[in-house]
Ligand binder design. Structure first.
Ligand code: XAI
Ligand code: MG
Length: 557
């Protein structure tokens, strides 16, 4: 073990007698002060099914660290539940929790001079929050994903949490009755694990595996399966080896690795949140990577996987079909992946894939053959125009009407918009505008799964556009554009839109345009004032003062 261990700052020499005295109280013995001290950032919580199984994984990792000659130290990180807070004021804490998780891991590991860290997370923000911390600290580290939930089943179909969100719109549109709404609620989430489609949690776990920061196949394992617990122990062993070799997160989180992550996110049809989080991870790792880098990758990478929200299958199906290594192998064989990137095991990406088949198994169709992709190009597009000169993010594949020009229906909050949708006041051809929901203005940039799902449920998903300076859940699809930057609160044009204005969303040209003259915008700006901040004390007030534009990842440092 390298003798320049960080933990020597608290374990070596007479002056560290008190420090060792306290470490003895937590279980250190005479021979333990020369072992590496490895933190386990344990996201266990019962406030969301995503994190329910993490304590078991922590115990597996703890045991494996001890048998591998390291000294584990467990500490907690928080989580919030996107799905449970969705549609409420509480969702404003969701993106904020990414920073709280990152700051809490950094604080604990740096305060105690740890030699390495295993970050264990489940719900959406746990993944980017953990990796932001690992990138900042650059101490040997590995990520362990809590695992996906298995699908629910009802009347012969697979259900996920998004089925429940969409059922709300189906019910208000009288397309299902109250009993069916209740049965969907009862069956959508059968146990522990993160939301089961290729939504944000599974998207980010896949991106982290693509960057070599977690073990192969680990990002698509089910939370409740034994292999997930075995993988946690193997991850601990891999980290002890990485400490010996001094493999650091910034050796893994390189520009090429970020490009690999974006390619995999495109190939699996992942969440729009991946744009926000990968930009924030690049910022933390001090890698030159910006929102415009997504388009070059989108244009060359096909969507290979037929996964919910817009596809048929769930992440456990992807796992059974070969998981992320199978997707990566197909990308590598077509020169759409950098095979020379390093991974946490010390192998290169190409070496980890050498035994993976070049074509997906013919007995499954969740991963399509290369020459029959779901879509020929990626689905995550960056739209620009006078509404979003810094950028905005949309899923543009599989849309029935890729170009929509319609009258603006303007709402200054998610709640006001949701009320209008449920009162059936939104008509085909409308372009819904939800603003003052950005990182600063919300604050917290809420996910708009409730209104987008209600539109789908009411059968308006193909005929109504929706733009917002907020963001979307991984379960959102349709003609929807989020992360509009600059946001309204920061003086963005979205704040100048008036009811009835003509707005164009053009997926082909990747254009987001307010069809109003420049002179009119100049006139409107003379009377525009930012609203008073919604919060003046506490977490949300502090966040609103620090947070950057979504086009830079909504970072706070
Ligand atoms: C509730 C969901 C689907 O997990 C959402 O929060 C996401 O971002 O995917
Ligand atoms: Mg989410």
């Amino acid at each position: 073990m390298p003798d320049n261990r960080r933990s020597q700052a608290i374990t070596q020499g007479a002056k560290r007698t008190p420090n060792r005295a306290m470490l003895r109280a937590v279980g250190f013995g005479d021979g333990d002060f020369d072992k590496p001290i490895v933190g386990i950032a344990n996201g266990f919580s019962t406030i969301t099914p995503c994190n329910m199984g993490l304590d078991t994984l922590t115990q597996c990792a703890e045991h494996a660290l001890k048998t591998s000659g390291a000294m584990p130290q467990i500490f907690g990180t928080i989580t919030v539940s996107d799905g449970i807070s969705m549609g409420t004021e509480g969702m404003k804490y969701s993106l904020v929790s990414r920073e709280v998780i990152a700051d809490s891991i950094e604080t604990a590991v740096q305060a105690e001079s740890m030699d390495g860290v295993i970050a264990i997370g489940g719900c959406d923000k746990n993944m980017p929050g953990a990796v932001i911390a690992l990138a900042r600290m650059n101490v040997p580290a590995i990520f362990v994903y809590g695992g996906t939930i298995k699908p629910g089943h009802y009347r012969g179909r697979d259900l996920t949490i998004v089925s429940a969100f969409e059922a709300v719109g189906q019910y208000t549109a009288h397309r299902i009755d109250e009993q069916e709404l209740l049965e969907v609620e009862r069956h959508a989430c059968p146990g522990a694990g993160s939301c089961g489609g290729m939504y944000t949690a599974n998207t980010m776990s896949s991106a982290i595996e693509a960057m070599g920061l977690s073990l192969p196949h680990s990002s698509t394992m089910a939370a409740e399966d034994e292999e997930k617990r075995i993988s946690a122990a193997r991850s601990a062993e891999a980290l002890v080896e990485a400490i010996k070799k001094q493999i650091l997160p910034r050796d893994l989180i390189t520009r090429k690795a970020l490009e690999n992550a974006v390619s995999v996110v495109m190939a699996v049809g992942g969440s729009t949140n991946a744009v926000l989080h990968l930009l924030a991870i690049a910022h933390a790792a001090e890698v030159d990577f910006c929102i415009d880098d997504f388009e070059a990758i989108r244009a060359r990478v096909p969507v290979l996987c037929d996964l919910k929200p817009s596809g048929r299958y769930v992440t456990t199906d992807l796992h059974q079909a070969g998981g992320i290594p199978q997707v990566m192998k197909m990308l590598l064989d077509h020169d759409l992946l950098h095979g020379d990137c390093l991974t946490i095991s010390g192998q290169t990406v190409a070496e980890t894939l050498q035994d993976i088949p070049t074509q997906p198994r013919p007995d499954q169709d969740v991963i399509r053959p290369w020459d029959h992709p779901v879509y020929a190009q990626g689905h995550l597009a960056i739209l620009k125009g006078n509404l979003s000169p810094e950028g905005s993010v949309a899923k543009i594949s599989g849309i029935k009407n890729p170009v929509i020009t319609g009258p603006a229906r303007v709402f200054n909050s998610e709640e006001a918009c949701m009320a209008a949708i449920l009162e059936r006041k939104i008509q085909p051809g409308d372009v819904v505008v939800i603003r003052y929901e950005g990182p600063q203005g919300g604050p917290g940039m809420r996910e708009m799964l409730s209104p987008t799902s209600a539109l789908i449920g009411e059968g308006l998903g193909d005929s109504v556009g929706l733009i917002t300076d907020g963001r979307f859940s991984g379960g959102t699809y349709g003609m929807v554009v989020g992360h509009v930057a600059p946001e309204a609160f920061a003086g963005g044009v979205i704040g100048l839109v008036e009811e009835g204005d003509s707005i164009t969303i053009d997926a082909h040209q990747r254009l987001l345009q307010l069809n109003v003259t420049e002179e009119e915008l100049v006139h409107r700006r003379t009377t525009w004032q930012p609203p008073a901040p919604r919060y003046t004390r506490g977490v949300l007030a502090k966040y609103a003062k620090l947070v950057s534009s979504a086009s830079r990842g909504a970072v706070t440092d």
